[in-house]
Write a protein that binds this ligand. Structure first.
Ligand SMILES: CC(C)(COP(=O)(O)OP(=O)(O)OC[C@H]1O[C@@H](n2cnc3c(N)ncnc32)[C@H](O)[C@@H]1OP(=O)(O)O)[C@@H](O)C(=O)NCCC(=O)NCCS
Length: 399
C-alpha cells in the first residue's frame, strides 16, 4: 500500500526533482514565501549539484510547492550514519491546503531513503511534520551566561587570542571540527559556502578562532546580535553561539571575550547532551541552564539500517555478544511514515508503536522522559541502558 498523500488537484505534476530549467520558478516561489535572499542564504540547498534533492510540485507555469533536502554523512561517537536535512518547505499561498506540502514532504523522505539516509532532521516543528511522526528529540541544555552573574569573569582564561576568522582560516577550523565525536562530516564546500554567505542557522553570523599562540585550538560561530531576525526594539541584546568546536576551556573563554566585543547583556550557548566537557566547564562557572531539545524535529528514515550502523556503540555499551544478537525490524519500508518497530533478542521482543515514539525513545527527550515500549521488560531495560543515542547539532549544516 502506498502511503503517499495524493494531491487533490490531479492537473499538478510531481512531487519530483526540480528540472534544470526550473531554477527561476523555484527562486520565485521561495522568494515570495520566505525572502528574496533564499538562494544566497542557503547555498548548500540551492546548489546545482543538489538539484535532484529539491523536490517540487508544479502547477501550470509555476511551482506550487518545494521541499529541499541535503544528504550528508555524519558520525555519532564513531558510528557512521547518513543524515538528510530538510528545509525551505514552501507552498505558494494560493495553492495551500491541497495536500501538496504533505505529498512533497513524504516524497523527500522517499528520496532520502533511496540515497541510503538513516535519519531526517527537519528545521521546523509544525503540524505538517508532527502529523507524520517527526518529533522533538534530545535532552540538550541551553546555558545563558548573564553579565551580572560574574560567570563571564569565571570563564576568562589568559593567554588566548580570539580573532575573526576568514577564508584562510577554514582549513584550521575544519581540522578542529573533524576531531569532534558527534558531527556532520562536511565536504570542504560546505565550509566555503557558509563563510562566503555568512548565514548560519538562518542568521548573519561571525566566525571566531581561538588561538593559544601556537595556532587555533577552538572556534566559535555566533549570530550577530544586531542582525538577529524578528528582534524587537528594547529586547535585551543576546549573543547566540550557533556552533563551537575544539578545546572547551577556550570556547568558554571566547564567550567572555565575545560578550565584551559585542557589548551584550547575555550569551546563549546550546550544549548537546554528549558535550560533557563544555557542560562541566559552564557548570563550574555557575552558569544557569534550561533543558532543551535539539533544533527542529527528527524522524527516523531507516530503523534497521540506523541500528546496524549504531551496533558498535551498542556493543561498547552492552557488550559485543549482546549487541550482536539484537535484531531490528520496521513494519514498513525505509522512508514510510507508517508502522511500528520491533527489536528482538533471542525469544525476547519489544515493540515501539510508531515514529511518534521511536525518535524520542532512541534520542531522548527533555528531562529524560522516554516513551514506554511494549514487550519484554528485561530487554527494554537493557536497551534503555544503551540509550539515548547522541543527537547532532546543525550549526553550519542548517537548511
Ligand atoms: C507549511 C506549508 C508548506 C504547508 O503547505 P501545504 O501545501 O498547504 O500543505 P498541506 O496542504 O499538505 O497541509 C496543510 C496543513 O494541513 C495539515 N493536513 C494535511 N493533511 C491533513 C490531514 N489528512 N488531516 C489533518 N491535517 C492535515 C498539514 O499538517 C498542514 O498543517 P500546518 O499548515 O498546520 O503545518 C505552507 O503553509 C507554507 O508554505 N507556509 C509558509 C512557509 C512555512 O512556514 N514553511 C514551513 C517552515 S518550517
Amino acid at each position: 500500500m502506498v502511503d503517499r498523500p495524493v494531491p487533490a488537484d490531479t492537473s499538478s505534476d510531481g512531487p519530483r526533482a526540480l528540472a534544470h530549467d526550473e531554477w527561476p520558478l523555484l527562486d520565485h516561489l521561495v522568494s515570495t514565501v520566505f525572502r528574496p535572499q533564499m538562494f544566497h542564504d542557503y547555498p548548500q540547498l540551492f546548489a546545482p549539484e543538489n538539484r535532484s534533492n529539491l523536490r517540487v510540485v508544479r502547477d501550470g507555469d509555476r511551482l506550487a510547492t518545494h521541499v529541499g533536502i541535503t544528504v550528508r554523512p555524519a558520525t555519532l561517537l564513531g558510528c557512521a550514519v547518513t543524515v538528510a536535512c530538510m528545509g525551505a518547505v514552501a507552498t505558494a499561498r494560493e495553492a495551500r491546503g491541497r495536500g501538496y506540502g504533505s505529498a512533497c514532504v513524504q516524497d523527500a523522505f522517499d528520496h532520502a531513503a533511496s540515497q541510503g539516509a538513516h535519519l531526517m532532521y527537519i528545521s521546523g516543528g509544525r503540524d505538517l511534520y508532527v502529523r507524520v511522526g517527526c518529533r522533538e528529540v534530545g535532552h540538550d541544555r541551553t546555558y545563558e551566561v548573564v553579565a551580572p552573574s560574574g560567570a563571564l569573569d569565571r570563564l576568562r582564561r589568559d593567554g588566548l587570542r580570539v580573532v575573526l576568522a576568514g577564508p584562510d582560516d577554514l582549513p584550521a577550523l575544519a581540522a578542529i571540527h573533524e576531531r569532534e565525536a558527534v558531527r556532520f562530516i562536511r565536504p570542504r564546500e560546505d565550509w566555503t559556502r557558509a563563510m562566503a554567505c555568512g548565514i548560519v542557522m538562518n542568521t548573519p553570523s561571525d566566525f571566531w578562532a581561538v588561538d593559544d599562540g601556537h595556532g587555533a585550538i577552538a572556534y566559535v560561530v555566533v549570530h550577530r546580535p544586531d542582525r538577529v531576525r524578528n528582534r524587537r526594539p528594547g529586547d535585551p541584546s543576546l549573543l547566540r553561539v550557533v556552533e563551537c568546536a575544539g578545546d572547551r576551556d577556550a570556547v568558554a573563554a571566547a564567550v567572555t571575550h565575545l560578550a565584551n566585543h559585542y557589548g551584550v547583556a547575555a550569551v546563549e550557548v546550546h550544549v548537546v547532551a554528549s558535550d560533557v566537557a563544555l557542560a562541566r566547564r559552564l557548570d563550574g562557572a555557575g552558569v544557569a541552564w534550561r533543558t532543551e531539545v535539539t533544533s527542529g524535529t527528527v524522524r527516523v528514515i531507516d530503523f534497521p539500517g540506523l541500528m546496524d550502523s549504531a551496533r558498535p556503540l551498542l556493543a561498547a555499551r552492552l557488550g559485543d555478544d549482546f549487541a550482536a544478537g539484537l535484531r531490528f525490524e520496521a513494519d514498513e519500508r525505509p522512508g514510510s511514515a507508517r508502522g511500528g518497530f520491533t527489536v528482538r533478542h533471542g525469544a525476547a521482543t519489544i515493540r515501539i508503536a510508531s515514529h511518534a515514539d521511536l525518535g524520542p525513545w532512541l534520542f531522548g527527550a527533555p528531562n529524560n522522559a522516554f516513551p514506554a515500549v511494549e514487550g519484554d521488560g528485561t530487554l527494554a531495560a537493557t536497551l534503555a541502558g544503551a540509550l539515548p543515542l547522541p543527537t547532532l547539532w546543525y550549526g553550519l549544516n542548517y537548511v
